[in-house]
Design a protein around this ligand. Structure first.
Ligand SMILES: Nc1ncnc2c1ncn2[C@@H]1O[C@H](COP(=O)(O)OP(=O)(O)O)[C@@H](O)[C@H]1O
Ligand SMILES: [Mg+2]
Length: 305
C-alpha cells in the first residue's frame, strides 16, 4: 500500500524492530515516559502491576486528541446525535475507564477512536495522524497498525482453536512467525495451556482473554475494549483488569475501556464520564484498585486445569 502514514519521527522514538515499508503489525509499542516500572521509579520494591500515571502535561503530545467531534446517524426520517461535540486528550501509557448511561455515545466514541468509524464533524488525531479525512483504506491501515479491539461479546469464531483465532490478524497483515507470536500472546494472557481449545471449551473469562491475545498479537500501541467485563462474573472481571493493569504497566500499552461498573472503573487513575454525546466529567482516581489485591480476597475457583 502506497499511502504514507508514517508518524513524524519527532513525535516518538523509533523502535529497532519496526518495519519501514508495510502496514504489518508495526510494533509502535508505547514508550513509557520514564523508563522502568512505576514502583521502581517511586523507589518502592512492590512489583504489582499498577495503572501508569499520565505523563505530565506538556511533556508529550497526546496519542489521542479529539476536538469538537460529532456523530450524526440518519435513520429514515429521524436523526440521531450520538456525539455532540466531544473533546478528549489521552496520553501514551494511560489506562482510562469510560462510563456513561446506555445510549450516551460510548460505543460510538470507541469506534471512532478505533478507526472503525469517522466523525461527522470535528477532528480526531491518532498519534499525530488526522483521521477524520482519511479514505476507508487509509483508515483501515491506521487501525491495523495501531489498534487492538476487544468487545463485550468476545467476537471469536465458534469452531476455531484459540491459537488460530489469535493468528488471524497476522494472517490479514501477511506477517511472518505467526504461530510463535500467537503462542506468545496466549501465554501473555495466561492461556499457554489452552492453545487448541475452541470457544465452547472455555469459560467466558478465558474467551475474553483469547480476544485480548488476538488484540495484542499485532503489538498495538492502543487497546480499546467496549464493556470487556460486561458478560463476566466478578473473578473473571478482575482477571481481565489484572491483565489490563499488567499490559499497561509492563508494556506501556495505552488502554481505554468502557464499563458500567464503578468498581471496575476504579482500577484506573482516570475515569471519563460521557452523557448525551459529550464528556462532562473527567475524574482522577487517587488510589486505583489493584486487581491482584482483589483477586487475593476472592475465593479461589475450582478450575479444570
Ligand atoms: N449505527 C447506528 N445507526 C443509528 N443510530 C445509532 C448507531 N449506532 C448508535 N446509534 C445511536 O447513537 C446513540 C449512541 O449509541 P452508542 O454509542 O451505542 O451508546 P452507548 O454505547 O453509550 O450505549 C444511541 O441513541 C444509539 O441508538
Ligand atoms: Mg455501547
Amino acid at each position: 500500500m502506497a499511502v504514507n502514514l508514517r508518524i513524524p519521527r519527532r513525535q516518538r522514538p523509533r523502535q529497532d524492530d519496526e518495519p519501514t515499508h508495510d502496514g504489518v503489525a508495526t510494533p509502535l509499542v508505547a514508550t513509557p515516559v520514564t523508563a522502568g516500572p512505576v514502583a521502581e521509579r517511586n523507589g518502592k520494591t512492590d512489583t504489582a502491576p499498577r495503572p501508569s500515571p499520565a505523563p505530565e502535561a506538556g511533556t508529550e503530545p497526546p496519542v489521542i486528541r479529539i476536538r469538537g467531534v460529532t456523530k450524526v446517524y440518519h435513520l429514515g426520517e429521524t436523526t440521531v446525535h450520538a456525539l455532540r461535540g466531544a473533546d478528549l486528550d489521552v496520553y501514551r501509557g494511560e489506562l482510562v475507564a469510560i462510563m456513561g448511561p446506555s445510549g450516551s455515545g460510548k460505543s460510538t466514541l470507541m469506534n471512532m477512536i478505533g478507526c472503525l468509524d469517522q466523525p461527522s464533524s470535528g477532528t480526531y488525531e491518532l498519534d499525530g495522524i488526522e483521521t477524520s479525512t482519511l479514505s476507508g483504506d487509509a483508515l483501515a491501515d491506521v487501525r491495523n497498525r495501531k489498534i487492538g479491539f476487544v468487545f463485550q461479546s468476545f467476537n471469536l469464531l465458534p469452531r476455531t482453536p484459540a491459537v488460530e483465532q489469535v493468528e488471524l490478524p497476522l494472517v490479514y497483515a501477511g506477517a511472518r512467525d505467526r504461530r510463535p507470536r500467537a503462542v506468545a500472546a496466549l501465554e501473555a494472557v495466561g492461556l499457554g495451556n489452552r492453545l487448541g481449545h475452541r470457544p465452547a471449551e472455555m469459560s467466558g473469562g478465558q474467551q475474553q482473554r483469547v480476544a485480548i491475545a488476538r488484540a495484542l498479537v499485532t503489538e498495538p500501541a492502543i487497546i480499546l475494549a467496549d464493556e470487556p467485563t460486561g458478560n463476566l462474573d466478578t473473578r473473571s472481571s478482575e482477571e481481565i483488569m489484572e491483565l489490563f493493569q499488567t499490559l499497561n504497566q509492563e508494556r506501556g500499552i495505552t488502554i481505554l475501556f468502557v464499563t458500567h461498573e464503578p468498581d471496575i472503573a476504579e482500577h484506573t487513575r482516570r475515569v471519563v464520564h460521557i452523557r448525551d454525546g459529550r464528556i462532562y466529567r473527567d475524574e482522577s482516581v487517587a488510589k486505583p484498585v489493584l486487581a491482584t489485591d482483589v483477586l487475593a480476597t476472592l475465593p479461589s475457583e475450582e478450575d479444570d486445569e
